[in-house]
Design a protein around this ligand. Sequence first.
Ligand code: TRP
Length: 323
Amino acid sequence: MRILSGYRATGKIHIGNLFGSLINWTKLQDKYECFFEIADWHALTTGYNNTRELKKYIVEMTKDWLACGISETKSTIFVQSSVKEHAELYLLFSMIVPVPWLERNPTLKEQIRDLHLQGKVNYGLLGYPVLQAADILIYKAEKVPVGEDQLAHLELSREIARRFNSLFSPIFPEPEPMLTASPRIPGIDGRKMSKSLGNSILVEDDEETIREKIMSAYTDPEKIYKGDKGHPDKSGCVVFAYHKIVSENWEGIKEDCISGKLGCVDCKKGASRNMAELLGPYRERRLNIKDERVCEILEDGSKKAQVFASQTLEEVRKAMNLW
Ligand code: TRP
């Protein structure tokens, strides 16, 4: 079975990405044929006006992936814009996708609200899911490991596959999402961890940075003094959420917080120590990966991907009676 997933090239990855999907991807590599894509064209759908850092983001993200255990020998790691066939398939799909399918995309609606885009939606942003469908279908991927936030996009990929198959020729499998249970990892301010909110702990953060971030994290507002009883589960305490991921004895920590035996300062110090210990090996590996090596890996991966993509395009052109 073939699998494809990807990230938009928007910078370094955080522990939400690590525990939410990357660790899962590393396991999939042993069971399936995997394609992992750095979606740099998708990054332009909202970031078109600032492309200065784009190349750097691609390199940084690849380093993070490799450090987390994505392997260039087991999987195909590639850059979207290096495989131009994606753009051709995107264009051909655009002929058969009704605009209302795209206008009702809930992710687009959220973006319009959050980024204040009323009346200012670009053609590329509207077409985001069409490009994503091309990414997936060009490799005839059957499963797509993604988070809940991508389900609507995947539904559209399936609709596009169905429409193409019935209009021309049954070339594309309908890709299914592959959801894995992953812990919810809040940002240090208690909101969803997100690069743009500046509340992330990064895979590359060193011990000092991790400590500074966790010491300022949101905790139970009703636990003010050390002896106060805490409510780790109900208060939205971020530090407790981290302990659950990084501390083996999190149940004991929970008891001591509830009883008032453990104060927030010590609790945060413990979480920082364990987080730094857990992330240490990733950080070490990351520091040892050279830019030149990253470029080689991406070049090789993109070539491998292109072999596959160009075969699909041959079939598509034939099915559509193109020149
Ligand atoms: N839209 C995905 C995200 O925001 C990134 C992405 C682009 C993707 N192409 C893809 C994910 C294909 C899965 C499959 O994270």
